[in-house]
Design a protein around this ligand. Structure first.
Ligand SMILES: *[C@@H]1O[C@H](CO)[C@@H](O)[C@H](O)[C@H]1NC(C)=O
Ligand SMILES: *[C@@H]1O[C@H](CO)[C@@H](O)[C@H](O)[C@H]1NC(C)=O
Ligand SMILES: *[C@@H]1O[C@H](CO)[C@@H](O)[C@H](O)[C@H]1NC(C)=O
Ligand SMILES: *[C@@H]1O[C@H](CO)[C@@H](O)[C@H](O)[C@H]1NC(C)=O
Length: 459
């Protein structure tokens, strides 16, 4: 006969308490009874120990008297025990009532949540407008609204979260990209997602990051084959069947490799897909100038102390591959700019992260041993944004962690006026520092490059 049984019995009894007056009367009755017992007991104790107790002691000459007193004591004991039992029974009933109230509250919260996702309660939806809420596209607003919440927590207020509801996040810029976001959230719920990588990445590049989640399945590549095992995968061009090619101008890896020979700078990371040529020699040699070698950089620290890191804008993941060969785990942030960069990194057995430079790095303070960035951070970025990025790199690096700024590009006039003071402001120590002019005759003459190895100071 467990508590459960007891609760059931109690809940069966519950209807009789439906009349609140009856309930109160019953409770009052019980209380009266308990109070009576307690007062009786208190009085007895008082008589024996209080100021009049001497009378009892003097009169306890006769044994029959003392016997009767003992009997009385015994019966008082019994009464006390009885009142104790009643008290604990009341306690139990209170407990089961509490459980019932709890259950009722949970039901109530669930009901509230069902109603709380109404379109008009979400400020974003209000902002996006409800003009077409009666047309077929109206379900879009609903889907976006459902995606974002607020979602009521099923068990009410959570001290850990500090709220009774939770929101799913999207980038603030999404609010300004009304039409594109609407298009992105128009899909068949539970079905196949549109192949709209160009649209979604376009949103990300403009700062709508993170994007809202969707309830659809991305198209899967046909005839996918299991990946090449490590370590061979690091330097193997993946099979074409691992990619959905629709979003890209190239339709095969061979096309991606070949396009490095096309004139002009129209493609990002043009040589990145050719694992045989330039990629193979990157960071292997240290020329004492702008090109640092990985081994020379790692040698600035005690062996094995550089273990985990981030490569910002790491293209097809070659930096991470070279680091992996030295037992350093590097996450490669990369975008699929007219090429399957994220897929390529993953196929090599490395970790791709699809985030833009606009987003706060998803790492905690003082955690990473090394941050590297080549050909991404540069004067194309607004100064203020760049300063925020540099502070964020400082934030995620552990004390003594390395920031390898690889081929930072800018104009000569900006070098000493803007960027050197900015790096000093953020507070890195300089371990290596090389400034050089870009030798490429095709680019403007005053393009300068900085390669620097910096360290977050120990305090
Ligand atoms: C009091 O109760 C105990 C057992 O609880 C018993 O042994 C004892 O004889 C009783 N005394 C009197 C005076 O009734
Ligand atoms: C009532 O609940 C509390 C905690 O929930 C528990 O410690 C206590 O033992 C319960 N009392 C009864 C009489 O069930
Ligand atoms: C990497 O780790 C493996 C296994 O722990 C070890 O055998 C190898 O020598 C290490 N390589 C380097 C370059 O430290
Ligand atoms: C920047 O300043 C350094 C000395 O602080 C100087 O040697 C260098 O020529 C300057 N560079 C440019 C591009 O002005």
């Amino acid at each position: 006969m467990g508590n459960e049984n007891h609760d059931q019995q109690y809940s069966k009894k519950l209807p009789s308490y439906n009349n609140p007056q009856t309930h109160i009367l019953t409770q009052k009755h019980k209380l009266k009874f308990v109070m009576l017992i307690i007062f009786t007991n208190l009085f007895t104790i008082y008589m024996f120990t209080g100021p009049f107790s001497f009378m009892y002691r003097y009169s306890s000459m006769s044994s029959s008297d003392s016997n009767s007193i003992l009997q009385e004591l015994n019966s008082t004991k019994a009464q006390l025990a009885a009142s104790h039992t009643i008290l604990s029974e009341l306690h139990q009933r209170l407990n089961s009532t509490n459980l019932l109230v709890q259950a009722l509250l949970i039901d109530l919260t669930r009901e509230q949540e069902k109603h709380s996702n109404r379109v008009d309660e979400n400020p974003l939806i209000v902002k996006l407008g409800k003009d077409d809420s009666t047309t077929a596209a109206g379900s879009l607003s609903d889907e976006l609204s459902i995606a974002l919440g607020p979602h009521k927590l099923p068990y009410g207020y959570s001290p850990k979260i500090g709220s009774d509801e939770i929101h799913m996040t999207i980038g603030e810029a999404c609010l300004r990209l009304n039409e594109e976001l609407k298009q992105y959230m128009t899909y068949d719920i539970g079905g196949e997602c549109p192949v709209d990588e160009v649209l979604s990445q376009g949103l990300i590049l403009k700062g709508c990051e993170p994007l809202p989640r969707r309830r659809c399945h991305p198209k899967s590549p046909m005839n996918y084959v299991e990946p090449t095992p490590l370590p061979d995968s690091l330097w193997t061009t993946p099979p074409d069947t691992s990619i959905i090619w629709e979003p890209y101008s190239c339709k095969s890896y061979q096309c991606l490799v070949d396009r490095k020979n096309e004139p002009g700078n129209s493609y990002d990371c043009k040589g990145c897909f050719d694992l045989e040529k330039e990629e193979k020699i990157k960071w292997i040699f240290d020329d004492g100038g702008l090109d640092f070698g990985i081994d020379q950089v790692l040698a600035t620290k005690a062996p094995g102390t550089i273990r985990i890191g981030l490569d910002i804008g790491g293209g097809s993941g070659t930096f991470a591959a070279r680091m992996r060969e030295r037992n350093v785990t590097v996450i490669t942030s990369t975008l699929n700019l007219d090429g399957p960069f994220n897929n390529m990194v993953a196929s090599r057995g490395l970790i791709p992260m699809h985030i833009s430079i606009s987003q706060r790095f998803p790492f905690f303070e003082n955690t990473l041993d090394i941050v590297h960035s080549m050909d991404v951070i540069g004067n194309w970025m607004p100064d203020t944004m760049l300063e925020f990025v540099l502070y964020d790199i400082y934030r995620v690096l552990r004390p003594g962690g390395l920031f390898w700024l690889d081929h930072f590009f800018c104009f000569g006039s900006q070098l000493n006026k803007t960027y050197v003071p900015m790096l000093d402001r953020v507070g890195f120590n300089k371990l290596r520092w090389h400034v050089g002019m870009k030798l490429d005759p095709k680019v403007r003459k005053d393009v300068w490059l900085i390669s620097a190895l910096m360290e977050k100071p120990m305090i």
